[in-house]
Design a protein around this ligand. Structure first.
Ligand SMILES: CC(C)(COP(=O)(O)OP(=O)(O)OC[C@H]1O[C@@H](n2cnc3c(N)ncnc32)[C@H](O)[C@@H]1OP(=O)(O)O)[C@@H](O)C(=O)NCCC(=O)NCCS
Length: 239
């Protein structure tokens, strides 16, 4: 099986059990873009909208609203990388956090830790897997040797994504740890990241312009309605 370390862009599809299959067809091209601190509120909104089960899977415990807000506030955008996928309304529907704990960055075997969430209605389209690839490529380009994932053992989807990429998974009761050995960065990994980011930014720009055009159209329609109502009122009063 071709894994992430064999190919950073194209990966073979591995069959999952019928019960695990999702109805939707994964999107061929997923526009992912890197996001900075000005998206903190968007990130908070996305995570706060996750239900109790998803919060449990994402954080390993039933994180309350306050804990989620503290987590989002604590994201160090200068050190870590955060990637997002936006819908047409420019709401974040998927977020991945690639964390570089200081002690790990200093270590010989430098590791980055991956965490992700996809909004319930946007699952099964390949967003989780694409975000994993995107983060792994960034980790490669940052010279990381390992991508680390801490997940609950019951989190079959996350562990499937990690295993499929070639990660070694070790189960310790209710928790599992996955390590993906990363290859050294090269021109291809650098180019892959550059192109993916360009696509993500272009997509975001198009969505923003489309939203502006929709807003402008609404204003024009409101003005038109107002003019029509005023004309009708004048006709009624005969003025
Ligand atoms: C884990 C999560 C991010 C996956 O996101 P997603 O966008 O639905 O995943 P994808 O569509 O990329 O699917 C990835 C793979 O899992 C498979 N899969 C999808 N849904 C599945 C399910 N319910 N059970 C098992 N496998 C499933 C897909 O078929 C795909 O495999 P394939 O590439 O071999 O076809 C998402 O379920 C989520 O946000 N869960 C809650 C938070 C969480 O668990 N985060 C991870 C902790 S770090």
């Amino acid at each position: 099986m071709e894994t992430f370390t064999d190919s950073l862009i194209e990966r073979e599809r591995v069959p999952v059990a019928a019960s695990q299959q999702t109805a939707r067809k994964p999107a061929a091209l997923v526009p992912i873009r890197e996001i900075g601190p000005r998206y903190r509120e968007h990130i908070a909104r996305h995570i706060l909208a996750l239900d109790a089960r998803d919060r449990y899977l994402r954080f390993g415990h039933a994180a309350g609203d306050e804990q989620i807000r503290r987590y989002v506030e604590s994201i160090d955008f200068k050190r870590d990388d955060v990637f997002g996928i936006f819908n047409r309304e420019l709401e974040l529907i998927a977020v991945a956090h690639l964390a570089y704990p200081p002690e790990m960055a200093q270590a010989q075997d430098s590791r980055a830790e991956f965490g992700v969430s996809v909004s319930g209605h946007a699952r099964g389209r390949g967003y989780g897997a694409r975000l994993f690839e995107r983060a792994a490529t960034r980790a490669v380009n940052h010279g990381m040797k390992t991508l680390y994932i801490h997940a609950l053992s019951e989190n079959t989807v996350m562990l499937h994504i990690a295993r499929k990429a070639g990660a070694r998974v070790e189960r310790d009761g209710s928790e599992s740890q996955a390590w993906l050995s990363l290859p050294a960065g090269n021109f291809r990994t650098w180019l892959s990241e550059l192109l993916t980011e360009r696509v993500g930014r272009a997509d975001h720009w198009l969505k923003r312009e489309a939203a502006r055009a929709r807003d402008a159209l609404e204003i024009v329609q409101e003005i038109g309605d107002g003019v029509r109502e005023a004309a009708a009122a004048r006709q009624r009063t005969g003025s």
